[in-house]
Design a protein around this ligand. Structure first.
Ligand SMILES: [Fe+2]
Ligand SMILES: [Fe+2]
Length: 134
């Protein structure tokens, strides 16, 4: 289920790693709730947490990437911006329709799966870049 933290996800920057750990912890807690049939009870908690936290995280990570002169900075930032856009659309849908099964499923696919994939693949590319350029 979800994504587990391991050292090969480490960026070497403690605040970024701590943010990733917290995101993974929250996402996994939601996925566990979903499996227990309590997705609807926990979906708002996750969305409220992320609406503040993810903006800060992306901001910090972008600062880090720019600082390291990461060659795929623009494309990476673009992915962050697309996520925020999709996330806002989901928040709007929640405001209009409340907590629905569709919202829970969208959260799993567009938020949880996306974040697991992004942290394990895209964010790791930053780490690889830095290692190769040391
Ligand atoms: Fe990240
Ligand atoms: Fe990222």
């Amino acid at each position: 289920m979800g994504l587990q933290w391991s050292n090969d996800l480490s960026t070497g920057i403690i605040p970024i790693d701590d943010q990733h750990k917290e995101i993974i912890r929250r996402v996994n807690a939601f996925l566990a709730a979903m499996e227990a049939g309590k997705g609807k009870m926990k979906v708002v908690e996750l969305m409220e947490f992320l609406s503040r936290y993810i903006v800060q995280h992306f901001h910090d990570e972008e600062f880090f990437m720019a600082n390291e002169r990461y060659d795929e900075f623009k494309a990476h930032k673009e992915q962050h911006m697309q996520f925020i856009k999709d996330f806002h659309a989901m928040e709007k849908e929640f405001e209009t329709h409340g907590i629905t099964t569709d919202l829970v499923i969208q959260t799993q696919q567009k938020v949880c799966d996306w974040l697991a994939n992004h942290i394990s693949k895209e964010d790791r590319k930053i780490v690889q870049f830095i290692k190769n350029n040391q």
